[in-house]
Design a protein around this ligand. Structure first.
Ligand SMILES: [Zn+2]
Length: 151
C-alpha cells in the first residue's frame, strides 16, 4: 500500500471509528447506494433479497430474462455454484442463475419475505442486511430435498 493510500485508509478508519457511520450505515451506503424500497417505492432500502434459480430450468421458466442475460453476457448466462444439501453428509454442487436483486425497506420486509416464501421451491433465497445481520442467512428450498445451502 502506498503512503497516500495508507493515509487515506487511516483517515477513513478514523472517520468510521469516530462514529460518523455505524457498520450497518456503512454497508447500506456502499452496497445499497441509496436504493429505494421496490415494494413501496418511497422508503430507503434496509436490505436486499438475492434469489437464485436452478440454471438447468432457467431458460424455460424465464425466457425473457434469459434472453436479456444472454444479450448482456455476450451469448452466455453467468451462473453461480452452490452446494446444496441432499441427505445425510451428502452435498451436491448445483448451478444457479441469480435473479434481479430486490431492495426492501423496514416496513416492507414482511411482505417481501412472504413473497419470497411463495417463490418456486427450487430457488435459493438470501436476505442481506449488512454486518448487523450476523451472517448472511441463506434459506434453500430444493424440491424434495430438505436442508440448507453453502455459498
Ligand atoms: Zn418499502
Amino acid at each position: 500500500m502506498g503512503r497516500d493510500a495508507k493515509i487515506k485508509a487511516e483517515r477513513h478508519l478514523r472517520k468510521f471509528m469516530g462514529g460518523m457511520r455505524t457498520p450497518v450505515e456503512e454497508w447500506r451506503f456502499r452496497v445499497l447506494r441509496g436504493a429505494k424500497c421496490q415494494q413501496c417505492q418511497t422508503a430507503p432500502a434496509i436490505g436486499q433479497l438475492l434469489q437464485f434459480y436452478p440454471a438447468s430450468d432457467f431458460q424455460r421458466r424465464f425466457p425473457r430474462l434469459a434472453l436479456q442475460y444472454a444479450t448482456e453476457g455476450g451469448g452466455t448466462i453467468r451462473t453461480v455454484k452452490f452446494k446444496v444439501y441432499r441427505d445425510k453428509d451428502h452435498w451436491e454442487t448445483r448451478e444457479f442463475v441469480s435473479m434481479p436483486v430486490v431492495h426492501y425497506c423496514a416496513g416492507c420486509k414482511k411482505v417481501v419475505s412472504a413473497w419470497a416464501a411463495r417463490a418456486p421451491s427450487t430457488m435459493v433465497a438470501e436476505f442481506r442486511e449488512g454486518p448487523d445481520n450476523g451472517q448472511s442467512k441463506i434459506s434453500v428450498q430444493v424440491r424434495g430435498l430438505a436442508g440448507g445451502a453453502q455459498a
